[in-house]
Design a protein around this ligand. Structure first.
Ligand code: PGA
Length: 235
């Protein structure tokens, strides 16, 4: 595992965007695993800028997002579909048919998990997986206690996770469809990014503590190719 401490959020965002851009230069048909949340917003801004400067080309790439709330309308302002449309998909030359994200409107969530898992395996290995980390150590929406062998599944979210997105736990989704730990660990390379004082404690537990299901991100210690980008506060 390589750990890079960046001076600030902007530098961290740039370096992770550069990882993605290099990946696409070396292999234009790359399969990218993508994350949502506060942390990667800067990374997406940099990627869009790089695209407009013709530094990066997404025309042959495929993307798989880690997770989506369930149930949620695709056009809900909290949906990850909406997040991705606005921050990346509508801004660069990714082909819509190559952008995969679990469907929060699917009638049968378990069938949707199976469908997503199938799409994932048909696409071959994820070349580069981008990850954030939750304050409870989750990766994707794999909350503490998750099975290491998990694949895409419907999960119940911790109240804190729900509150972070919706500021409440009532009348909002408390479940999500998420790629499993096994899917994430199957990626050829992983970049994890974390920013801010609030992540310092969990970053330390995940990277230096025991490998435990109570801190799902700690499993990354066993992956052969992980780069961690932190700003000073998270480090
Ligand atoms: P955040 O979320 O970037 O909004 O802090 C990270 C995560 O929950 O994976």
């Amino acid at each position: 595992m390589e750990i890079f401490v960046c001076d600030n959020y902007e530098e961290m965002s740039f370096k992770v965007a550069r990882e993605i851009s290099r990946q696409l230069t070396v292999k234009p048909t790359s399969v990218l695993g993508l994350a949502t949340g506060e942390t990667p917003k800067g990374m997406y801004r940099k990627l869009v800028k790089m695209y407009k400067q013709k530094i990066v080309d997404f025309s042959e790439a495929k993307t798989f997002n880690l997770d989506e709330f369930y149930p949620i309308k695709r056009d809900n302002k909290h949906s990850f579909k909406n997040y991705m449309q606005k921050r990346l998909f509508e801004e660069v030359n990714l082909r819509p048919k190559n952008c995969f994200i679990p469907d929060g409107e699917a009638e049968n969530p378990n069938k949707e998990c199976q469908r997503y898992e199938k799409e994932l395996s048909h696409s071959g290995q994820i070349d580069l997986q981008v990850l954030g980390i939750g304050e409870n150590g989750h990766i994707g929406f794999n909350e503490p206690g998750v099975e290491w062998s998990s694949v895409t599944q419907l999960v119940e979210l911790e109240d804190k996770t729900v509150k972070k997105e919706f500021n409440t736990t009532s009348g909002v989704p408390n479940k999500a469809i998420t790629m499993g730990v096994k899917d994430i660990m199957g990626a050829n390379r992983i970049v994890l990014l974390a920013s801010g004082e609030g992540k310092k404690n969990v970053v330390e537990r995940a990277l230096k503590g025991p490998i435990t299901q109570e801190v799902p991100a700690s499993i990354l210690q066993l992956h052969p190719k992980v780069k961690v980008y932190l700003d000073k506060e998270a480090a």
